[in-house]
Design a protein around this ligand. Structure first.
Ligand code: LLP
Length: 389
């Protein structure tokens, strides 16, 4: 296999040199994925397009530098992220700023820097931005975030585009706002923003999104509102069960299905906010077996990594491929758990493993997105380390 992180010998070598647990990132895989992303933008889209990297997925500085080199913008969801992106050398015009709870201070700082736009999530937020922009003598470029009530067919905890989610506004409210835009003197509406969920694997969801976006665009056009931009969010899913089969994301199908189903002016600038599909597969979590034990029903493998290091399984019941790095003909079924004093500290239940023993090395794949960023020091543990190769 061409990538280090899918080469067991390379991993074992690293595992004996590094203290576990730790995250290891494969920069070559990330570079190839980004090159493919830019290629597919050119091949599959009839529009000018900007991909904003969703910084929340992984804010590792070295990876961020690689991402910058490939000409992406940044999707930020806090003043801290805006500041971090600026410090990493991104220009303000590369930055879009989303989130349902922007503080006054975050808005003022972003306004002063002249970011590309705010993705506005409620009428009240729009009023506050208008008022703060007036106070600063500035005009705020904004997109209105639409909640299109689309089922993203993903885990309910990472679905954002249904009416019972806190994100965005129903299109009827958008119409009301647009009809009253003249009252917002310090606002410049440039487009609509959509982000309906994460880890979306059923691409027909994106067809549905493109059809709804086109309908909304045409409706506003019929009111004489001319938009210059549309932001279709992110959410493209990755292969957690067999990462080595799809190390690179399927950007071609993703862009093609959107392109085919959009009926909007070809001069529109499209924006995307991709996180997971850019960084998930380039990261693995390396760990060691501390103990094994057996109760009346279950065989347990206890790792030195815990839910504080990788929260996804405990938070969303997420499943990641797990492998014991050794050759063995003897396999059995184990619950793989961490050392944290919580019953939810489980990485996988009844997973087939090559009979692990104390000291064996274990890899948890596809942890480049929403891994380290969610890690914490619960139980007074050290913050897990990251290494980029
Ligand atoms: N845009 C907005 C407004 C978002 O809220 C998100 C993710 C993205 C873009 C990027 O979505 P992506 O392309 O990465 O799917 N911690 C969860 C995922 C939370 C996603 C939060 N928002 C997990 O580990 O599955």
């Amino acid at each position: 296999m061409q990538y280090h992180i899918f080469n067991d010998d390379w991993l074992l070598d690293k595992l004996y040199k590094l203290d576990t647990p730790c995250y290891v990132y494969d920069s070559k895989l990330l570079e190839d994925n980004l090159a493919n992303l830019n290629l597919q933008i050119r091949n599959c889209l009839d529009y000018q397009a900007v991909v904003h990297y969703a910084l929340k997925a992984n804010d590792n500085q070295e990876l961020f530098t690689i991402i910058k080199k490939h000409n992406l913008g940044v999707d930020c969801v806090s003043g801290g992220e805006v500041e971090y992106a600026r410090r990493a050398g991104f220009s303000a015009s590369d930055i879009v700023f989303a989130g349902v709870g922007k503080t006054d201070n975050e808005i003022i700082q972003a306004l002063k820097q002249k970011i590309y736009c705010f993705n506005v999530e409620s009428q009240q937020e729009l009023e506050v931005i208008n008022q703060l922009a007036a106070q600063e003598g500035l005009i705020a470029s904004i997109m209105l975030r639409v909640n299109p009530d689309i089922d993203a067919k993903t885990h309910k905890s990472i679905s954002t585009g249904k009416y019972d989610n806190k994100f965005g506004m129903p299109f009827s409210q958008i119409i009301d706002i647009v009809n009253n835009l003249r009252n917002y003197l310090n606002i410049k509406l440039i487009g609509l923003h959509y982000h309906i969920g994460s880890q979306i694997c059923d691409l027909s969801v994106y067809k549905e999104l493109a059809l709804v976006v086109s309908k909304h665009y045409q409706k506003l056009e019929s009111y004489g509102v001319i938009l210059s931009d549309l932001n279709l969010g992110g959410g493209l899913g990755v292969n957690y069960s067999e990462p080595e089969i799809n190390p690179l994301s399927n950007f071609a199908d993703y862009f093609s299905i959107l392109n085919k189903n959009l009926t909007i002016n070809k001069n529109i600038i499209l924006h995307f906010e991709l996180g997971r599909s850019i960084v998930a597969q380039c990261g693995v979590l390396l760990s060691s077996v501390l103990y094994t034990k057996q109760t009346s029903h279950t065989k347990f493998v206890i790792l030195d990594a815990g839910m504080n290091d990788l929260m996804r399984p405990a938070l969303y019941n997420a499943s990641h491929k797990i492998k014991v790095l050794k050759q063995s003909d003897i396999y059995d079924y184990y619950d793989v758990v961490g050392p944290i004093c919580e019953s939810t500290d489980i990485f996988a239940k009844q997973v087939k493993l090559a009979s692990p023993v104390r000291g064996d090395k274990v890899v948890i794949y596809t942890t480049g997105a929403y891994g380290y960023v969610l890690a914490n020091t619960y139980n007074k543990r050290d913050k897990i380390r990251e290494y980029v190769y």
